[in-house]
Structure formats: C-alpha cells, structure tokens
Design a protein around this ligand. Structure first.
Ligand SMILES: Cc1cc2nc3c(=O)[nH]c(=O)nc-3n(C[C@H](O)[C@H](O)[C@H](O)COP(=O)(O)O)c2cc1C
Length: 172
C-alpha cells in the first residue's frame, strides 16, 4: 500500500504533527508533501492519503490549502482510503474548532474516498465544529490542539496511528 501525508501549515504546527505521524508509522514507506509546493493531484498516485489541515481566521481554510481548494474538486479518489488530521485552538476559537478539517473531509469524500481514523470528542472543550461526524460523537479525523493541549499530542498521535494501522489492515 503506497502512503502519502499531504498537509498545509502556516506556523509549522501541522507540519510538525505530520512528521510525528510519519515517525510513528515507522517501517512504512511514506511520502510527505506540503500543499504550498506540490500540486494536490499528486495524491492520486497513493492508496492511503493522510491529509493535514489547520483552521485559521474564524473557521477558514489555511492559506495554502485555499489556493488549491477548487482543485480538490477535480481529484479522482475512487478506491482510495483517506484519513485526516486537523489543528485548531479549542479555547481561542471554540465556535470554529477544526472547521477546515471538516470542510476538506466533505470535499474529499465527495470525490469517492473511504475515510478511516475517526476520533472521539472526549477530552476537548468547544462549542461547535464542522469536523464532527453525523452523531457528534467523533471528529472526522485526529484532533490536535498545540495551543492548549500540546502535552497530549504525542500520546494522541500514538493512539491514532495504531488505530489507522488496524483500520487499514496494515498491522498484523
Ligand atoms: C488568527 C488565528 C485564527 C485562528 N482561527 C482558528 C479557528 O477558527 N479555529 C480553530 O480551530 N483554530 C484556529 N486557530 C488556531 C490554529 O489553527 C492553530 O494555532 C494551529 O496549530 C496552527 O497550525 P499551523 O502552525 O500548521 O498553521 C487560529 C489561530 C490564529 C493565530
């Protein structure tokens, strides 16, 4: 199974978390791309794509993702497995927590991809998020808050990557 991490990051947090995800999936060959310098269509070459996106400016898409936002609608992701991780600030922006992850999720699902890696909402405090599953019990991907819960990030990444390995059948 070919695997890519594809992220955008304004101040480096999403990049750093992407590197940690790759490190936790050691033993697997994973290519990492920054949306600021790689056409988003590169993801079509992979079986499993892990998308990383922070939310900015009251529920907005991160700036580099915004530049390619319409190109996502042209991707052919049928047969692909995808997972998401989102960065946000739950206390600073509680009405828009991780919104961009939800918006990217909806676009990618519309292109035919199957999603793995839903993540429980327990342990976070926020008022609203576009990144929730229909029943509101999960985020559509891993939720990371480097502003307030940095000390939990490594443990969350460890648990989530294990979950991904199980859900994709990559772990034995
Ligand atoms: C001006 C500003 C606006 C932000 N708006 C949101 C927001 O609407 N929702 C959210 O969850 N996080 C928001 N954040 C928090 C960022 O998503 C968070 O700091 C993230 O770790 C940044 O990731 P990056 O370093 O990869 O760009 C905002 C941060 C700043 C500085």
């Amino acid at each position: 199974m070919s695997i890519a991490v594809f992220y955008g990051s304004t101040t480096g947090n999403t990049e750093e978390v992407g590197n940690k995800i790759v490190a936790k999936l050691s033993g697997l060959d994973i290519d990492t791309y920054n949306v600021s310098d790689t056409p988003v269509a590169v993801v079509e070459a992979y079986d499993l794509i892990i998308f990383g996106i922070p939310t900015w400016d009251y529920g907005e898409i991160q700036e580099n993702w915004l530049e390619v936002w319409e190109e996502v609608d042209d991707l052919d992701l049928s047969g692909k497995t995808v997972a998401f991780y989102g960065l946000g600030d739950q206390y600073g922006y509680p009405e828009w927590f991780l919104d961009a992850m939800g918006m990217l999720h909806d676009k990618v699902v519309a292109r035919g991809a199957k999603v793995v890696g839903h993540w429980p909402v327990e342990g976070y405090e926020f008022e609203a998020s576009k990144a929730l599953t229909a029943d509101g019990k999960h985020f559509v991907g891993l939720a990371i808050d480097e502003d307030w819960q940095r000390d939990q990030t490594d443990e969350r990444i460890t648990r989530w990557t294990q979950q991904l390995l199980t859900e994709t059948g990559l772990s034995t």
